[in-house]
Design a protein. Structure first.
Length: 163
């Protein structure tokens, strides 16, 4: 359960994490600058468990993995959007960031609402408004990648590697 940080359509990777911070892939460092060109209060105000809710085409722009890494580093429990740019969608899975596509939840949710997101079932519950939305759940094999923290950790688990 967490508070909603709500944004509009076409939030691109350049505002999720500005290019000037792409000299690192350190999750904690990137998190300090997440969304700062769009919302200067986000990085300092976001709390573990909070949820980013946005309109259509979330994560459009460049193919950088830094964008989902930065959001994951902030501790957000999920991103719920009306739709995702395809490369961001794949990068989110690859880096272990939980995402849900649910236009109905986006339309009915306001900034500051308290929500719970069950990525495994696709359920989004707005506790503030006592509403529940059912999105299509991610397939089990993709959920396994997200649960393991991303594709690299998933592969390590499959081959039994510790490195």
């Amino acid at each position: 359960m967490g508070a909603v940080w709500k944004y509009g359509d076409s939030v691109d990777t350049d505002v999720i994490i500005p290019a000037r911070y792409l000299t690192t892939t350190d999750e904690a460092e990137l998190a300090k600058h997440a969304m700062e060109d769009l919302d200067e209060t986000f990085a300092s105000g976001v709390r573990p468990g909070d949820v980013v809710v946005a309109g259509a085409n979330f994560g459009c722009g460049s193919s950088r993995e830094h964008a989902p890494i930065a959001l994951k580093g902030t501790g957000v429990s999920a991103v719920v959007a009306s739709s995702f740019a395809r490369i961001f969608f794949r990068n989110a899975i690859n880096t272990g960031l939980a995402i849900v596509t649910c236009p109905e939840a986006v339309a009915a949710t306001d900034a500051g609402d308290e929500v719970e997101v069950d990525v495994a079932t696709g359920q989004v519950r707005n506790l503030t408004k006592n509403q529940t939305f059912e999105a299509e759940a991610l397939p089990d094999f993709i959920m396994d990648i997200v649960r393991r923290g991303g594709l690299v950790e998933w592969v390590k688990s499959r081959v039994g590697a510790d490195a």
